[in-house]
Design a protein around this ligand. Structure first.
Ligand SMILES: [Ca+2]
Ligand SMILES: [Ca+2]
Length: 134
């Protein structure tokens, strides 16, 4: 575990019209499932994984900045913890739990969005498909 990690990789910042755009990262809503069904009536928290990559290490995340929901500005996260490796690429991942009723997700939505910043202040955004049921 963790042997593939080579330290803190720099995130490339893309400047669009003078502003720093959020760097896209990979997430996995419901890591155990590919269907990513969200049941609005469920009181169970929704697990989602933020995945490290060759250019992004979840250890760099300022967890207090994370938001997740229909557009990505919802204060829905209950907490996060570092996981050994969710997607078996030998890089550590971060697993977070979201309170579904605080996500603003509604039936018909097809995507969940997470936004946040690294400890050095770089913004990132991750998206994953989902299906919302009553
Ligand atoms: Ca999934
Ligand atoms: Ca991983």
């Amino acid at each position: 575990m963790g042997s593939g990690w080579r330290g803190q990789a720099a995130i490339a910042e893309i400047t669009v019209e003078g502003r720093v755009a959020a760097v896209p990262i990979d997430i996995d809503i419901r890591p155990a499932s590919t269907r990513n069904v969200i049941e609005l009536s469920s009181r169970l928290p929704l697990p989602l994984a933020i995945l490290s990559s060759a250019t992004f290490n979840v250890r760099m995340i300022n967890v207090a900045t994370l938001k997740f929901g229909a557009v990505g500005d919802e204060d829905s996260l209950l907490g996060c913890s570092l996981a050994p490796d969710i997607n078996r690429d030998r890089r550590p991942d971060l697993v977070c739990l979201a309170a579904i009723r605080r996500t603003a997700l509604a039936v018909g939505d097809v995507e969940g969005v997470i936004t946040g910043a690294t400890k050095s202040g770089s913004n990132f955004v991750g998206r994953d498909d989902l299906t919302v049921r009553p």
